[in-house]
Design a protein around this ligand. Sequence first.
Ligand code: CP
Length: 334
Amino acid sequence: MKQFISVHDVNNIDALVQQALLYKANPFADKTLGMGKRMGLIFLNPSLRTRLSTQIAAENLGMQPIVFNVGSEGWTWEFEEEAIMSGTSVEHVKDAAPILGNYFDVLAIRTFPGLKIKEDDYSELFIKQFIKYAGVPVVSLESATLHPLQSLTDILTIIEELNKSKIVNRKSKIVLTWAPHIKPLPQCVANSFAQWINAWNLTPTLSKGEGKKRFDFVITHPQDYELDEQFTKEATITYNQEEALKDADFVYVKNWSTFSDYGKIYCNDPEWMLTEEKLKHTNNARIMHCLPVRRNIELSDEVLDSQHSIVTQQASNRVWAAQAVLSEILKANG
Ligand code: CP
């Protein structure tokens, strides 16, 4: 693996998940793989899980991780080529990134979208410019449109649950449901979850044969909250949350702002909050959320604190997903 920016950087999702599960069983199995290598974790935006889990993953492989919170501690970066830097940006990425590339063997970066101009965010200018000038392998810690380490973790968590349940004997149902929020949020987690789930769904399995989908994948949201079709086109999409939740085995709860009329909040209908009552129509569904979560806005306390919720397991699994990705990067890049 040369870089980790989206599902397209992964040859075999199942193999990567199996590697992550091996690390979960034996965290120090490859404790010398990254010996003598340094990893720079560059944050333009806040984080709890991504920052700490990736640091732990790097240390488990013998690397030395160093975090730099550019957004709060560093000079403000410019990403546009040929910019006349008369505004608030102090340093161009084409000057900063090569220096980081000399300091570190592997770099990782978190860059949120501005949610103002769709074309700018969806061009992924920031991470593409960082990759162009860094000169070493780059891992996305969440970019303007995608959050691949989260999505790999999500699939790992679903597989873990499938392995310990009876669902393996039939086709399972995975639902991504929109939830209300007080602020316009990026579409990254939802885009990325849809991208990875669709890719994984099309991966042939020995038991089911080539071309057969492994599960039903349904996305439900209010009207006008359609995501970018490039990520969702293989999924069933409905505005009817109750219908979507029927017989669901996994319910992934997430808010996102509008994509078409970009970055807005149209509807914040509290009726879309996931409650215990709504779970009665599911197949005893496991509830997932990437966190952080706004309690009693996106998800009720009763759901988050119930046996349905696997959000802590999911967040804890971030370490193993990151470790599997870093081990692939280290193996491919000497
Ligand atoms: N899910 C996630 O990325 O969490 P953080 O923003 O805390 O890293």
